[in-house]
Structure formats: C-alpha cells, structure tokens
Design a protein around this ligand. Structure first.
Ligand code: TYM
Length: 334
C-alpha cells in the first residue's frame, strides 16, 4: 500500500520554493486509498538555534500554510514532529545504524556547518538520521520533496537497507523519492544559480507566502534577468538560469509544462513576460495568503488540529516502533 510522508521545517516563513516544490504537490497527493502524512519538523528546526516564541509562531503559520495550500487535515494527517515521540526514539536507533562517513558526505551538512563544523550542533550532523526516522516510523513508501532533499532520501534508503541487512529482516521499505514537475528547484530571484531559501538574507530573493499582492508583483518585476527576450524554445534557456527560473515558476503555477509556456511566450521581452508572471503569481497566491491570515486568527484551533493529527500519527508510528524495539533486542515488559 502507498503511504506518503513529507515534512517542512518551521524555521522561517514559507517561500514560493516550498509551495511549488512541496506544499502544492502535497495537496495533489490526497487521493482515495492513499494515506498522506505531513509533518512540521520542529525538532529539525532546532538543529540551529531558534527563538522559542518565534518557533511556536512559525510552526502555527506553517500549519496554516499547509491548510491554505489545500492540505485537508481530515484527509491527511497533519502534525508537528515533537508531539509524536516515536520520531526521536527511532532516530536514536537509526543513529546507531547510520555511519559517520555517510553523514559527513551530506552536502547540506557541509554547506550549513561550513568551515566551522567544530561549532555546529551534534543535532545538525545527525539531522538526516532524524529525517530517515520521520519517514520510516510510518514505513512510508513515497516522499514528495524538492530537488535539494534528494541526497537525504538516498541516505534514508541506505539506512533502511542497512537496518534490514544488519538484523536479517525485511522490515523497512526502500522509500521512493517523488521529485517531479517544473519547479523541483525554484531559484533565488536575485541569483539564478542559488536556490530560493527562507534563510537568504535578502527578502528580495524570495516570494513569501505571507507577501501581499503588491509585494509579489514588485519582487517579480525587479527579479534579475539578462537583457535578451525569451528564446523560441526551452533549449534556448540552457545557459540563462534567471530566464529559465521564471519560465519554470510560470509553468508550475499555471500547471503546464515549460514547453507550453514557451509556445505561448516565445520571443517575449521580460517587459511583458514579467507582468504576466506577476499576474499569475498573484492570482494563485493571494487566496492562499488570505486564507493563512484567516486561519492565524485562531491559533488555538491550529493547535487543536495539530494535536488531533499527532494522535493519528502516533497510532500508526507506535506499533511500528514497538516492532523495531523487538527486532533490535530491547525488553518491552510494560
Ligand atoms: P525544508 O523545510 O528546507 O523544505 C521543505 C520542502 O520544500 C522544498 N523546497 C524547495 N523546492 C523547490 N525549490 C526550492 N527553492 C525549495 N526550497 C525548499 C524542499 O525540497 C522540501 O521538500 N529536511 C527537510 C524537511 C524534512 C523532511 C523529512 C522532508 C524533515 N524530515 C522527511 C521529507 C521527509 C527540509 O529541510 O525541508
């Protein structure tokens, strides 16, 4: 049976990258017969220091972002990670399966810890093992993510396979990443070679799900481009990262292929393509922003939804974790 799991860190506001690479697709996966489990990974967030009150606020805001993007807390299980202790418990066991060398090769670790890894938290190093635990605690078969999580998902497969092999069981599934669509890697609006990120110091580099219509339109119109008009075909976008990014964003928002965007806008100058993109982005994102704002009026209701989701998540994860304890040889006598 198909079970989908994915997560987002509430370590800042949600961006258009999170929306197109993840949230929009999470909503699309909610079909009959498919279980969808979506998690706000607050324990991953604290691998770098977070202001406690902001973390709580951002977790609620991210939950509102999920719901406003179409994740239905009745059809999907929506919760925050720290409320289901199976994640932390399984992470410990997987810490003992994963190898230091594997973790040290993670590009996100190398990027985030930088040259000063002596001073990075132990949690930041172990981050991908907690991520594997998130997925494997549900025996999830499929994980929709953006391109930047690909290496972490390969590690998850390695950890699952090593666990199965070390204990001579066929227990954990080898999870399939789902990295699909035109916007698996949305780039910065200021630099087409850098990914759009909630942690970029420049707010101009990203579109936030909380930006109003005017701000969205301005950011797109100011987005960095080269001076040439759009080419005739997708191939012509090859060495033009900024142009390609805007075409990909357009395609993902409109729900069409980049080829179809080119068929419509071939040869268009950015002076006309950008306003068209801005209109499309505003039409698509404004209702989401409005709904987020509405949901944020009632934080107690958001907390209630997360609590309910955590109960349902726990009901799935706990028996799986008990099996794991049994497999590794722990006494469970109460
Ligand atoms: P995070 O919080 O950085 O991002 C959440 C999701 O958004 C995608 N994403 C993007 N997609 C396209 N373009 C971008 N510029 C862009 N930026 C972010 C990410 O690929 C991701 O799908 N480690 C994960 C969270 C996590 C997780 C998990 C994911 C924890 N446990 C288990 C899946 C399964 C992370 O930091 O995502």
């Amino acid at each position: 049976p198909t079970r989908i799991f994915s997560g987002i860190q509430p370590s800042g506001g949600l961006t258009l990258g999170n929306y197109l690479g993840a949230l929009k697709r999470f909503a699309e996966k909610q079909n009959d017969g498919i279980e969808t489990v979506y998690c706000l990974v607050d324990m991953h967030a604290i691998t770098v220091w977070q202001d406690p009150e902001k973390l709580r606020q951002q977790t609620r805001e991210a939950a509102a972002g999920f719901i406003a993007s179409g994740v239905d807390p009745k059809r999907s299980v929506l919760f925050n990670q720290s409320q289901v202790s199976a994640h932390a418990e399984l992470a410990w066991i997987l810490n003992c399966v994963a190898r230091m060398g594997w973790m040290g090769r993670m590009t996100q670790w190398k990027d985030k810890a930088g040259k000063n890894s002596e001073n990075a938290s132990l949690g930041l190093f172990a981050y991908p093992a907690l991520m594997a635990a998130d997925i494997l605690a549900y025996k999830a078969t499929h994980v929709p993510v953006g391109e930047d999580q690909k290496q972490h998902l390969e590690l998850t497969r390695d950890i699952a396979a090593k666990f199965n092999n070390d204990y001579g069981v066929n227990f954990f599934p080898i999870t399939e990443p789902m990295i699909e669509g035109a916007a698996t890697r949305v780039m910065s609006l200021r630099d087409g070679t850098k990914k759009m990120s909630k942690s970029d110091p420049s707010d101009q580099s990203r579109i936030n799900l909380t930006d109003d219509a005017d701000t969205i339109a301005k950011k797109i119109k100011k987005a960095k481009t080269d001076p040439e008009p759009l080419p005739e075909t997708v191939e012509g976008l090859k060495d033009r990262p900024e142009a390609r990014n805007l075409v990909n964003i357009y395609a993902a928002l409109a729900g069409i292929t980049p080829e179809a965007v080119m068929a419509e806008h071939a040869g268009a100058p950015f002076g006309s393509f950008k306003p068209a993109l801005a209109d499309l982005a505003v039409a698509h994102l404004s209702p989401i922003t409005t709904e987020m704002t509405r949901l944020m009026q009632d934080p107690a209701e958001i907390d209630r939804i997360l609590g309910d989701g955590a109960d349902r998540a726990e009901a799935v994860a706990r028996p799986i974790l008990e099996d794991v304890y049994g497999i590794v040889g722990m006494i469970r006598s109460r």
